[in-house]
Design a protein around this ligand. Structure first.
Ligand code: APR
Length: 311
């Protein structure tokens, strides 16, 4: 059995463990700083396995040694912004948490692939790549699958069709400036622009942009975790099964799309080599403008990271 370690056993981390075990995709190690909590959640999940007839082993720990020999490390550890905390303070704290998670796991799993979820996503993925010194193929940020899935869910709801008939592609940074590509998105091959009147399509795009906030407002405490964790698990599955799956993920730009030295959401191919290939779309003028605006805003967040930590 393959092994996936998840750092951060909160909502996203433990839900990812649930999806992984249910699929019998890998044995899971859930690690957290809180004592007892990852052990308790893991034991509970392990005790569900006989009911569904799956043999995935799940263990909880506070000790990085237990992550030894992992094929994949998923990083979800972090804290949410608290009242009175500045964005810089949050960035600094999460950078320390993610930086430590990356360093400690690498000691025990030198061959692992990293999937980063902690927000601000693009910069935390960048930090993980810098701290580990791994090639970009092995450090990938989650976001595009989630944003695309939200758009697919809204399209399917509006059209009254199966989610399986809906393909959507959302690129760019994981924020309001994300880049939903309506021209490339379709229902059973029919472009969304042909399927929906312009105002309806615009409403779907706006709801997608604000998808994370919509859930935060409803939950009052905490943020989304079912779809974000599932997105991570799809990435892990594509790597472990060498699927050559093309999905949007945050990837280190090395001249791709004219960008450099920053993580940004673009379509990539995931397989046994991790992020095996960046797929280049041809943009029209409007798409290019949206893409550049998003890139400028993500570049700013990388600058903010560099001002609080030395890399
Ligand atoms: N090492 C390990 N775990 C840590 C550390 C640390 N240094 N610091 C905090 N944690 C743990 C917390 O104890 C908590 O259990 O990280 C977990 C975070 O879980 P939640 O607070 O439930 O947050 P969650 O909703 O899972 O989101 C985690 O993913 O999607 C992003 O924006 C989200 O950045 C956030 C992250």
């Amino acid at each position: 059995m393959k092994k996936i370690s998840i750092v951060g056993a909160g909502n996203t981390g433990s839900t990812a463990a649930h999806w992984i075990a249910e699929r019998e995709l890998a044995d899971v190690v859930l690690l957290d700083v809180v004592e007892g909590m990852p052990q308790g959640k893991s034991l509970d999940l392990l005790e569900a396995m006989p009911i569904i007839g799956k043999d995935a082993h799940v263990m909880g720990t506070n000790n990085y040694e237990d992550t030894k020999g992992s094929d994949i490390i998923i990083i979800t550890a972090g804290i949410a912004r608290k009242p009175g905390m500045s964005r810089e303070d949050l960035l600094k704290t999460n950078a320390e948490i993610v930086g430590k998670a990356a360093k400690e796991t690498l000691k025990h799993s030198p061959n692992a692939f990293y999937i980063v979820l902690t927000n601000p996503l693009d910069t935390m993925a960048y930090l993980t790549q810098k701290v580990t010194g791994l090639p970009r193929e092995r450090v990938i940020g989650q976001a595009g699958i989630l944003d695309s899935a939200r758009m697919r869910a809204f399209v399917a709801m509006e059209a009254g069709v199966s989610v399986e008939n809906v393909q959507c592609y959302v690129l760019g940074g994981h924020g309001d400036e994300m880049v939903p590509l309506t021209r490339h998105s379709n229902i059973a091959g029919i472009p969304l622009k042909e399927y929906f009147p312009a105002d309806k399509l615009e409403a779907i795009v706006n709801r997608t942009r604000k998808g994370g906030g919509e859930i935060v407002n409803l939950l009052k405490t905490g943020s989304a975790y079912y779809a974000p964790s599932m997105a991570c698990v799809q990435m892990a599955e594509a790597i472990l099964k060498d699927k050559k799956l093309i999905v949007p993920c945050a990837t280190l730009m090395q001249g791709d799309y004219g960008l450099n030295d920053m993580y940004f959401g673009v379509p990539v191919m995931l397989g046994a080599g991790g992020m095996e290939k960046v797929i280049e779309y041809k943009f029209d003028a409007d798409e290019k403008a949206m893409f550049e605006k998003s890139a400028a805003s993500v570049k700013e967040s990388h600058d903010a990271l560099k001002s609080v930590v030395s890399l």
